[in-house]
Design a protein around this ligand. Sequence first.
Ligand code: FEO
Length: 391
Amino acid sequence: MPVRKITDRVHWICSLDAERRLFDELIPLPSGTTYNSYLVRGSVKTALIDGADPGFTDELIGNLDRLGTDRIDYLITNHAEQDHSGSLPVLLDRFPGSRIVATPKCVSFLADMLHVPADRVTAVEDGAILDLGDGELSFTHFPWVHWPETMVTFYKRDRILFPCDLFGSHLAVFDVLPADDPVLLAEAKRYYATIMMPVRSAFAGKLPLLDGLDLEYIAPSHGPVLREPAKMIATYKRWMSDKPENLAVILYVSMHDSTRHMVMRLVSALANRGVRTEVFPLAVGDAGRIAAALVDAATIVLASPTVLGGPHPLAANAAFLANLLKPKARFAAVIGSYEWGGHMVEQVKSLIPSLKCELLGPVLVKGLPRQEDYASLDRLAEEIAARHGTI
Ligand code: FEO
């Protein structure tokens, strides 16, 4: 497990999980991930900020030993999810004088999920400060990033923000990168889309609190440490805003090409009207890439054949996922081919109650599309372009 000095007082201990390909048994991780821990050695007290996934506990302990860590006073736990907290039971045993420091809600989560002993935890209120001797850690409750018990930790002495999952990326890179690095940004967006977008309205009001901090680094719990952190905060504000871009995301599945012909016509018709499109075939789609595209989309088009009276199961799954992710899209449309009827539109509508979208169309075609069907798709493109003009 690599270790790197960030400042004289702060070491980054990185559990590099380059082989992991799935998170939460749902989200593809094409670039692996990291679980980052930070050892902060004050002149009097020592703190470890965030732990590691349980599978990396031995490596984490080994690196703490190699750094000559004979004592940890505080195990700062910004977030209770096990990819960071899972190593806590072993850390508590290895460092018997240590205490977990977390929000009150996090303390209760840790008791439930890891059975940590109540006499080894300290619950901190919003705004609490912990003195390490020649520098302080301050804690700001930041609920719903992305669980309700979260907080961020600020080390003012070295101007480092430790926000756990917030501003992270699933990228197995052990480096300090500028916050506008293009590779980092692509992964950070994918991460935001799958982890943070569903709860953006719950923590949006907290983000301005970070504007007042004079930051040198953001040190998240996944992915690279960030230089020029104001750029990432500004990027998050843009992603989290309610204003979408002139973009239609088209999610499609086609069994015998009729629906695919419709999609290609719609793509062409939208392009000719100045609407950017991103097109995802659901049979081979990557849920992370789809989620990232949904961050900015003004319109979501679901294209599916009718299967046993409803949408193809892949299309139903995509609608369900979009509903969970709660993107800012303002318009949605269903298109597709059928032969003997069904209730596809009604069923799709029932899957997306959380999307605040105006439904356009639909365009449903019996069998292989005819000229009049292509004309209907052109009219749908016209309608989408007109609506985008009002954004
Ligand atoms: Fe990286 Fe929500 O845990």
